[in-house]
Design a binder for this molecule. Structure first.
Ligand SMILES: Nc1ncnc2c1ncn2[C@@H]1O[C@H](COP(=O)(O)OP(=O)(O)OP(=O)(O)O)[C@@H](O)[C@H]1O
Ligand SMILES: [Mg+2]
Length: 95
């Protein structure tokens, strides 16, 4: 799994991406992932894990998307607003 961080699409946002090279999702699972009709392929799973993540991101006025290809892997990208972008200078000053 690879976690990456970037400046977001607007100056007061950050974007994070969590990528894996796992089995990926079939289209029906991917399309419903962030809905209350989400499908779980896990034994005993509810399918609600990522729906809850989306709801939390929405409540923080962020955005979340999934890119997934069967047999290749999955990348979840989300943006969140930030109140202040820390510069490397202020980070160093806090140590
Ligand atoms: N990174 C991933 N790679 C491949 N499939 C995934 C990935 N993340 C989610 N899925 C698919 O989406 C389904 C729904 O995922 P989600 O995390 O919302 O619920 P769950 O893990 O199945 O159940 P629960 O939330 O109860 O633990 C999973 O069952 C799986 O089929
Ligand atoms: Mg899960």
């Amino acid at each position: 799994m690879t976690v990456s961080g970037f400046p977001g699409p607007r100056p007061d946002t950050v974007e994070l991406a969590v990528a894996d090279t796992g089995r990926g999702m079939p289209p029906d699972v991917r399309e419903r992932l962030f809905t209350s009709q989400s499908i779980s392929t896990k034994k005993g799973g509810t399918g609600l894990g990522t729906k809850i993540v989306k709801d939390v991101i929405d409540l923080h006025h962020g955005h979340i998307i999934v890119e997934s290809e069967e047999g290749r892997g999955t990348t979840i990208r989300f943006t969140l607003p930030v109140s202040q972008i820390a510069s490397s200078r202020s980070h160093a000053g806090n140590t």
